[in-house]
Design a protein around this ligand. Structure first.
Ligand code: HEC
Ligand code: HEC
Ligand code: HEC
Ligand code: HEC
Length: 370
């Protein structure tokens, strides 16, 4: 939140001093001159009607003039990386830039095409049917030695599957299935399971939970208090199947490759392990995500700036409703991967997996352009 505010203030300050010459009031002369530029230099990719001519090329029709100016400046200043645009923006005169922005801003928005909104939760539910036989329909495993997936942290979940496929763990029965899942499916099934409620478990016959608790002091810093992790890349241990937990800890001494965990469990005795397992198994866990409301929770935040009526004279905020889906995906990934210099949008999109970005992009692509 502090980052966001700071970034916001900074952008206000920056734009505040370079705000002269933005096409606040588009003159007919600017628009006419801009059409000539667009016809000569932009039409091949953005169309004369402002509709991107191929997937991945943004629509410019009806976009805010202030934002069009700001983004052309970003290409010119090499903040944005697209090679062709950098060359175009660098060689365009100030007057032509203003005119072409005024032209595209003056056009009616492109009618929104029909785009199906992608739900990682629903997709994950479909994929999880193949896993239910062993891991339980809701991810609560009833087979000793087979882990619970319910409530598990989603980034850890994806990492875990890759560890099997890369030979960092002993092979498991589902490896051939995992190999067939693409990135979106894998992230979706991770989100589906993260959203399920872990069922409580009773104490195993071996081990003493009360004796185990003090031994977990060092573990809690990462795995969360009482084994409920709050970090998306670190697994929750609470309510886990005791046989699986025991074999997982022991596997770090044999087949499972992870330097940090190998060191942490190397000094534990058999009795320590049994006690720690008894403690974690009997702790109450909870879902790590709420996949069913995730898209709404995210877009509610975006609407603070991107809702139509929120045009902010101090910020060059783009209209993203009705934008080309593939372009939105590229733009959001570029922010996330820090390849497009806007620290505010970077901080906001950093935690998003490809499947969540797909969901956000399909949502905005299907919205009216305002
Ligand atoms: C060779 C194809 C091509 C040409 C020619 C071209 N563009 Fe683009 N334009 C693109 C692509 C692709 C992107 C997205 C690049 C990215 O990811 O940053 C883009 C992005 C933009 C953006 C940023 C839009 C946004 O929503 O952030 C603006 C503004 C823009 N172009 C204006 C122009 C103007 C004005 C011209 C003519 C002077 C022009 N472009 C010519 C392909 C082209
Ligand atoms: C035939 C039974 C079986 C099926 C089907 C199965 N699994 Fe597993 N899974 C296991 C077993 C057993 C383990 C524990 C292996 C070990 O000890 O490392 C496991 C472990 C995992 C783990 C590691 C959990 C952790 O806490 O580290 C993940 C993630 C996982 N499975 C995902 C899946 C997914 C996704 C599917 C469906 C596409 C699936 N499994 C289908 C038996 C199965
Ligand atoms: C510095 C952070 C950190 C500490 C401290 C830590 N862990 Fe971990 N633990 C991790 C991470 C990260 C993983 C995932 C490793 C992997 O991918 O194999 C993990 C994995 C595990 C797993 C495997 C879970 C699964 O679902 O397969 C167990 C069990 C575990 N830790 C137990 C413990 C215990 C017991 C302690 C305390 C003695 C402990 N950890 C301390 C970070 C930590
Ligand atoms: C505090 C205001 C603010 C919030 C909140 C915000 N944005 Fe933005 N967004 C901006 C600004 C300003 C830009 C232009 C930044 C630039 O020049 O790269 C932008 C740019 C974008 C772009 C690039 C559009 C284009 O045409 O290239 C996308 C996509 C986007 N935001 C999506 C989102 C999503 C999704 C969320 C919610 C997770 C969100 N934004 C939240 C202010 C905001």
């Amino acid at each position: 939140m502090k980052h966001l505010l700071l970034a916001l203030l900074m952008s206000v300050a920056l734009i505040g001093c370079s705000d002269n010459g933005t096409p606040e009031k588009q003159t007919q002369a600017d628009i006419a001159a801009g059409k000539v530029v667009a016809d000569k230099e932009c039409k091949g990719c953005h169309g004369l009607d402002g509709k991107g001519t191929a997937a991945g090329i943004p629509n410019l029709a009806g976009q805010r003039g202030r934002y069009l100016m700001a983004s052309l400046k970003e290409y010119k200043d090499r903040v944005r990386t697209h090679a062709a645009l950098r060359t175009i923006a660098a060689t365009m005169s100030e007057a032509d830039t203003r005119a072409v922005a005024a032209y595209y801003a003056s056009l009616p928005p492109i009618p929104t095409p029909k785009v199906e909104i992608f739900s990682p939760y629903e997709r994950g539910k479909v994929v999880s049917a193949d896993c239910a036989g062993c891991h339980g329909a809701d991810g609560n495993s009833k087979t000793p030695g087979t882990p619970n997936l319910a409530g598990q942290q989603p980034r850890y979940f994806v990492t875990a599957t890759q560890e099997y496929l890369q030979g960092l763990r002993a092979s498991a029965p589902m490896d051939p299935m995992l190999r067939k899942l693409n990135r979106l499916d894998l992230e979706s099934v991770a989100l589906y399971y993260a959203s399920q409620t872990p069922a409580p478990r009773s104490a195993p016959s071996t081990g003493d939970a009360a004796a185990g608790e003090p031994r977990t002091a060092v573990c809690g810093g990462c795995h969360g208090s009482h084994g409920v992790s709050t970090d998306s890349a670190t697994p929750s241990l609470a309510s886990e199947d005791p046989a699986y937990l025991t074999q997982a800890i022991k596997a770090y001494r044999t087949t499972r490759k992870h330097d940090l965990m190998q060191r942490l469990v190397s000094t534990l005795s058999e009795q320590d392990i049994a006690n720690i397992v008894a403690f974690y198994t009997t702790q109450k866990s909870k879902p790590a995500e709420n996949g069913q409301t995730l898209l709404k929770d995210i877009t509610d935040k975006c609407e603070r700036c991107h809702a139509g009526e929120r045009d902010n004279p101090a910020l060059a905020i783009p209209i993203i409703g009705g934008q080309d889906k593939d372009y939105l995906i590229l733009a959001l990934r570029a922010y996330r991967d820090d390849k497009r210099g806007n620290s505010m949008m970077h901080n906001m999109s950093m935690p998003y997996s490809d499947s969540i970005i797909e969901s956000i992009a399909t949502y905005y692509a299907s919205r009216p352009a305002k």
